[in-house]
Design a protein around this ligand. Sequence first.
Ligand code: GTP
Length: 317
Amino acid sequence: MAVDKSLAEMHWKHDLLGSIEVGIVVLDKEFNVHVWNQFMENHSSIVPSMIQGQNVFEFFPEIDKGWFTRKAAPVFSLKSPVFVIWEQRPYLFRFGCNRPITSKAEHMYQNITIFPLASLTGEVEQICVVIYDVTDEAVSRMGMQSLNIQLQEISRVDGLTGLYNRRYWNEQFDLHFKRAKRSDSDSALIILDIDHFKKVNDTYGHPAGDQVIQALAQIIKKTIRETDIAGRYGGEEFAIILPDTPVANVEFVSERLRRLVEKCVVDYGGVNISFTISIGIAGFDSTHETSAQWLESADKVLYQAKAAGRNRVILAE
Ligand SMILES: Nc1nc2c(ncn2[C@@H]2O[C@H](COP(=O)(O)OP(=O)(O)OP(=O)(O)O)[C@@H](O)[C@H]2O)c(=O)[nH]1
């Protein structure tokens, strides 16, 4: 009768392990496999008889042995469970995704729990690893994150040129001004404006003007350093912050920019359009009380450049 009872118990435990929608793996101190349930078999195509008694790392070389051993150590020694969520490590076992057609995931995302299995003497000789398939949750969370990043980008970037828009550039300029004020560093500000741009629009049309603006933005992107901050300040007006750059170097960069623009020819449906720009530069000056004063210094010399005949660079004294 007692034998029947334990047989029946084994039977329902076997059924339970088979029908449960999580992976169950029991490992000993050498990380040899003792239990491998149906979920694990379904996703790995490895049947229990193949893996039982074998070392899990040999079957799954993608498991970082050092990391997993460190995670399991307190489960054996302190008898306390350990949890690992997919955001820390996307998976333990690299399984394919359940819905390869409808899901964007390349693999199953997993949360795992490792808990101790104490023997009758209270010693932890084995651990149980439970694997939860959290692919749907992970995919939707990552989708939200990338959407947020895209939204943030859109709100920072000018649609026509891909440079920062005026609002975001101004925020950066304010921050940079405060930093420069604290460190009294060599920084400079460039403001540039397309010469007689109204004539471009009037002669070739607004879409042609847009293409000229885009061409200028490309030249700016190619000419400045990654650490410089360029924005479209107005219709055909651009502003660039050059952190940690002595004014002499800024004059050199500006002159190069001016010459590149002068040489550039925009091909608008077979019509060649040339254009020039005027540039005003103002180095950071600790007497500036506000970022607006710094901007005004650069703007003033830009208009001096316009008044002096355009297509030139002028540096604020
Ligand atoms: N195509 C196009 N034109 C724009 C855009 N934003 C502003 N503009 C035009 O840019 C022109 C600017 O003209 P003005 O401010 O008179 O300056 P300008 O003709 O460049 O003359 P100077 O700056 O004095 O050399 C106007 O005709 C605006 O309509 C834009 O996004 N696309």
